[in-house]
Design a protein. Sequence first.
Length: 474
Amino acid sequence: MELDVFVNQLCERVLGYLNAADKPGKVVDYAPAESLSKTTDVHLPLEGRGADAVFDDIDEFLRLCVKTNRAEFMNPLWGGLSTTGFAGEVIAALTNTSMYTYELAPFATLIEQAILKRMGELVGFSGGAGTLATGGSNGNMLGMLCAREVAFPSSTHRGIDGTKMAAFVSAESHYSVLMSANVIGIGHQNLFKIQCDEDGRMNPASLQEEINRARKSGLTPFCVVSTSGTTVRGAFDPLKAIGEIAHNEGMWHHVDAAWGGSAMFSASLSNLMAGVEFADSVCWDAHKMMGLPLICSAFLVKQADVLAKVCAHGNVAHYLFHESSKDHDLGRYSLQCGRRNDALKLWLAWRECGDAGWATLVERYVELAQHLESNVKKHPNLEMMSSRQWTNVCFRYTPTKAGIDLNELNSELRLRLMQNADFMVSRSNIGEAVVLRSVISNPGITEQTLDEFLAEVVRIGTDVENGLPRESMY
């Protein structure tokens, strides 16, 4: 197939997908895995099918994928589509470079350095360093690796016995911190989860008690991980109080702001992260609230030399890193070697809207979350399950009839909601309670979207309450 014909056909499908988001339709053509595996062809042939068949496969993929660009998609901590970010993604793939050396990515290197510098300034880390990582999970791991290196200098080279080390996180922290504990060698049992208050925020007094208890048990506390924007409730830990405890105890303070970091753009919301400037490291996902295509995540550190030590393994790569470009080779601050250009899409989008544009976007999302929260509180059959600090709205359906198990009812409600696929939100737990968690991080969402969503929840909840069977979906 001629190159221009191939590209034109691809562009037709891109436009079709984009335009469909504004038309009535489902978030996904839902089918359980057992059914989908029987009705689709994903086998890899011995003989290639040729370029003409590529578009048959693309059409099938687009038909069956979750339409994350639809306004009704409110499931994870991301959604929608930044067309400028998409353009950056296309150009990054087109140019197909890697970000480890200035030699291979000269302009892209300057772009990434500018982004990291600006994000560092926003959180109060002027003069620090950072890297674009594979997501908040990787950022949390980098934060804990930096903490380990400071507490046990040269542990990166000599190794370490982590069985006597102790790290501390909120009981509602992201599960990636468990992964980090595994990777850095302390194990899950040496990661202590700290009690939260009724709003889901880490309790500083409980943190101090656990640190004292760990020391009495012969452990060495070395790291505290706070969360700015927890996964379920969107809660913001009190960073200033936690940071003071951490530093008084000689510990590293890492802030997981993968979800909540964008509050820093807004004068009215940045107080949620008061004290972040005193932390030692921060992770912040631009692919979440800022809406960039996955993946686009920053890890920021106040002390550049600490991150350089953690990533010093690259110094042996004489075929990549040379003294003449030492100040610009980004691979010296990254665990990765090959690393795609994730900076371009963020740079283009930031140049398009500026800090003020990000602030407007974040504040609009909070307004929409307030609208949803208000309507939940007004409805006699809906109940907020947590206070709302960010754009996570956690609620459930409460029946009129007595004697109905609320967890079973809301689990069934969410299952039917997913199968109907008019809207997509997540099922979560707060304590033992099953809740519906809707997240506002999609530029297509409007007040009308949210009103229609609640109407659907109430309709399905009423059906479940009255014992009506599910509609046949497949």
